[in-house]
Design a binder for this molecule. Structure first.
Ligand code: SAM
Ligand code: DTB
Ligand code: SF4
Length: 340
């Protein structure tokens, strides 16, 4: 059975040449394979919807070359201290009333201090009480911090590998790839669902994209959620002015992620404001089944809700109420076994 067979076993031993072979197939062959895998594991017309809120904006000590929130870059950005609890809950209520099933809170930190952790824990507890799934992205976590968040009821933690181990040093120098892998291990060991992916269009090669996917797919368990961001170029960041990625290359990466991590939610993440609806539709066909909803990501724009609602309608897509509803695997009937 070929590696792209819908019934192929979930693997954690992908070789980069196998991934490059998949990525380099004729476009229609790759999309057919990815869509077949997608259908075997998910309702192809259901898309999970998350809303993002920046709970602490700007002045980040890290030097990530893509990021408008880094204190190392000259970007026009209003800095904000950690938001008060009530403001966060108000935004979460609003997200819920607009159909989001998950509320993701992001902070521009290298890592949370223990004092800040206590404050974000109140946010997790409050948002959960509203009946929403919770996700946080706060930078690096120790094992103790991850366990504290788990005890508070955190459902997902987002921490991206961003790119290949080889290209990484050209984008970020203030923390290592190994630091990121360690945070992911702490999150996994604490029993929190892992959300981890990367950014395309930073000037990396196809091999770098394959290596990123290899790192994610060969983790001991696949991340439950895999955000694939297209670089949002922000004036003042070192990566502004990078040559845009061929959109078909973006779709190829989504399709390959779907084949490598068949039961994971693949999120068509940042960068949608620069994509035509046709390109987004191709991404959904290739296996993307999650998006951020709402007119802002953390600091940059996102297509407005009305636009996304109209797009879903035109494509016959419906938003998922809860992410474990989406799994419809013909082999096992559930998502957990695959993510094992
Ligand atoms: N500070 C925390 C961290 O880096 O882990 C959490 C917030 S950080 C903004 C979350 C993720 O957003 C980054 O890992 C990166 O993948 C993504 N991101 C940031 N700026 C971006 C941009 N300009 N375009 C696309 N993705 C971006
Ligand atoms: C992810 O992979 N993408 C989101 C979320 N995780 C936190 C963030 C995208 C940020 C885009 C730039 C900005 O809005 O500041
Ligand atoms: Fe800071 Fe996160 Fe932006 Fe890096 S990506 S500069 S860690 S907010």
């Amino acid at each position: 059975m070929s590696p792209a067979s819908p019934m192929s076993e979930t693997r954690h031993d992908w070789q980069v040449d196998e991934i490059l072979e998949l990525m380099g197939r004729p476009f229609n062959d790759l999309l057919f394979a990815a869509h077949t895998v997608h259908r075997a594991h998910f309702d192809p017309n259901a898309v999970q919807v998350s809303t993002l809120l920046s709970i602490k904006t700007g002045a980040c000590p890290e030097d990530c070359g893509y990021c408008p929130q880094s204190a190392h870059h000259e970007v026009e950005l209003e800095r904000e201290r950690l938001l008060p609890l009530e403001e966060v809950l108000e935004a979460a209520r609003n997200a819920r009333s607009h159909g989001a099933s998950r509320f993701c809170m992001g902070a521009a930190w290298r890592n949370p201090t223990d004092r800040n952790l206590e404050r974000v824990i109140e946010m997790v507890e409050g948002v959960k009480q509203l009946g929403l799934e919770t996700c946080m992205t706060l930078g690096m976590l120790t094992d103790t911090q991850a366990r504290r968040l788990k005890d508070a009821g955190l459902d997902y933690y987002n921490h991206n590998l961003d790119t290949s181990p080889e290209f990484y040093g050209q984008v970020i120098t203030t923390r290592t790839y190994q630091d990121r892998l360690e945070t992911l291990a702490h999150v996994r060991e604490a029993g929190i669902n892992v959300c981890s992916g990367g950014i395309l269009g930073m000037g990396e090669s196809r091999r770098d994209r394959a290596r990123l996917l290899q790192q994610l797919a060969n983790l001991p368990r696949h991340p439950e959620s895999v955000p694939i961001n297209n670089l949002v170029q922000v004036e003042g960041t070192p990566l502004a002015g990078t040559e845009a990625l061929d959109p078909f290359e973006f779709v190829r990466t989504i399709a390959t992620a779907r084949i490598l991590m068949p039961a994971s939610y693949v999120r068509l993440s940042a960068g949608r404001t620069d994509m035509h609806d046709e390109l987004q539709a191709l991404c959904f066909f290739a296996g993307a089944n999650s998006i951020f909803y709402g007119d802002k990501l953390l600091t940059t724009p996102n297509p407005g809700e009305n636009h996304d609602r109209a797009l879903f309608e035109r494509l016959g897509i419906h938003p998922l109420e809860h992410s474990d509803e989406g799994a419809s695997c013909e082999t096992c009937g559930g998502v957990d076994i695959h993510a094992a």
